[in-house]
Design a protein around this ligand. Sequence first.
Ligand code: WQD
Length: 337
Amino acid sequence: MEKILITGGAGFIGSHTVVELTKAGYSPVIVDDFSNSNQSAIRGIESIIKQSVKVYEGDCNDAQFMNDLFVAEQNITGVIHFAAYKAVGESVEKPLQYYQNNVGSLMVLLDVMKKNGVENVVFSSSCTVYGEPDQLPVTEKSPIKPAESPYGNTKQVCEEILEDVIKSDADYKAIALRYFNPIGAHPSSHIGELPLGVPNNLIPFVTQTAAGHREQLTIFGDEYDTPDGTCVRDYIHVVDLAKAHVKALQHFKNQNTPYYDVFNIGTGKGNSVLEVVKTFEKVSEQKLKYKIGDKRTGDVEQVFGDVEKANNELHWKAALTLEDALRDAWNWQKKLK
Ligand code: WQD
């Protein structure tokens, strides 16, 4: 069984990927500092896969710790690098922490991989690199726009680092997956999103409002140039997204070093905030309290991805619907209570 290191493996996308990797016959090893995740995610993973999973607690910026981990584990064949800070607003307040953690950890990782003869790395990137797109859907060839936040910039810089390193060094294969908006939870309700404090993202705010933890949802603007005036995003079920990582690892097998490429990972379809609300009301069989508020600074009007490249080259396609994702997110929220 191939051993894959999953940094940030206790997080939202990481935990679902650990499950899908196990189902696909890989042996995942998690490293996480639990700064924005919880041990309960590990128990959730183990309930689904019905076996224990190996976890190292520590900081991916700590080169000594990371090197010791690679030496202790020996034959790691690939890494999926999720570990990162991800709050857009917080990144504006604390840019240094974001650059240090998000960019620093990738640099440590590439160095430690090299020292230990590990070639393959999948990197968590984001559709945020496209900014406000000139044309929709965005393809991987769409222009990269100046980042709206330090968080967004860390994703751009990390992609550039990967590209430069791979240009200079024949011993790596890397894929950056540009995620659109990951939502949902595992259908078993054993793992899902665990936002700290008041959620910034739409779906956790919706489910927490429905559960009575929030007074009401504020929809950020309804005068955008979109069919119903609210912003449009490409919402992708986290289980589909997790499966894309398995496909990326399999894709490395057919490539020679050096190799670097980027793929959009979304559904290819845009949904408005109001459509999300209506679909949520349908699957949860209840009315959601919401009001229309001001635009949120930094929000793009519309973004959804052209996912042909991932369909054709990674042989991956999103299979689950917005309804599936919202039902799973709601079942997860009900379990959390
Ligand atoms: C979705 C839509 C809001 C909350 C961000 C990051 C991105 C990525 C995912 C993360 C928007 C609207 C939201 C609310 C609302 N990376 N909304 N009321 O902004 O598309 O993407 O998260 O790790 O890089 O920028 O996602 O879920 O915050 O918002 O009306 O209370 O919902 O305006 O149109 P976003 P989101």
